[in-house]
Design a protein around this ligand. Structure first.
Ligand code: 4NP
Length: 163
């Protein structure tokens, strides 16, 4: 990741109100706990436009707040021309986000599903690495998403701090 002092990490989902803001907040929280947040520029965005300008979904805010994790920012849409250059790593939440990114011209070698960084899932096929969209689901969807995002962000941070 070379010449810049910081590594840019962009988390991407569909709406940028449920999963990717959670990943952004959790990654920053974990980086801060290791005194390493200054080494990263972290952001998130959505492939879709529907929620641009909104704060994260209250259910994501709540599940994070219970662990002392703050969710920054407001939803924005992916800007391929700028984002693929500005960020070193592009991290989609599911296979659909990954396909949409590649269709928009994302660099294949710098674009990787979030859960592929979860060491407990090493070797699993791509089809088993989705962080499922919790937006329309009920019940414990956001809890399950939080656990997935947290484990994967821990692995991602370990990976980046080793580089
Ligand atoms: P996200 O969840 O991609 O994790 O932010 C969604 C939020 C809203 C919609 C879809 C997914 N939506 O269709 O409105």
């Amino acid at each position: 990741m070379g010449e810049r002092d910081t590594t840019g990490v962009l988390f991407v989902c569909l709406g940028n109100i449920c999963r990717s803001p959670l990943a952004q907040g959790v990654f920053l929280h974990r980086a801060r706990a290791r005194g390493a947040h200054h080494r990263f520029v972290v952001d998130s965005c959505g492939t879709g436009h529907w929620h641009v300008g909104k704060r994260p979904d209250p259910r994501s805010i709540e599940v994070a707040a219970r662990r002392g994790v703050e969710l920054p920012g407001r939803a924005r849409q992916l800007d391929p021309e700028r984002d693929f250059d500005a960020f070193d790593l592009i991290i989609p939440m599911d296979g659909e986000n990954l396909r949409d990114l590649l269709d928009a011209g994302a660099p294949r070698d710098r674009t990787r599903l979030l859960r592929s960084f979860d060491p407990a899932l090493a070797g699993r096929p791509t089809s088993e690495l989705d962080v499922p969209d919790p937006y329309y689901g009920a019940g414990d969807g956001f809890e399950r998403v939080y656990a997935m995002v947290d484990a994967a962000c821990a692995g991602l941070l370990d990976d980046l701090l080793r580089r």
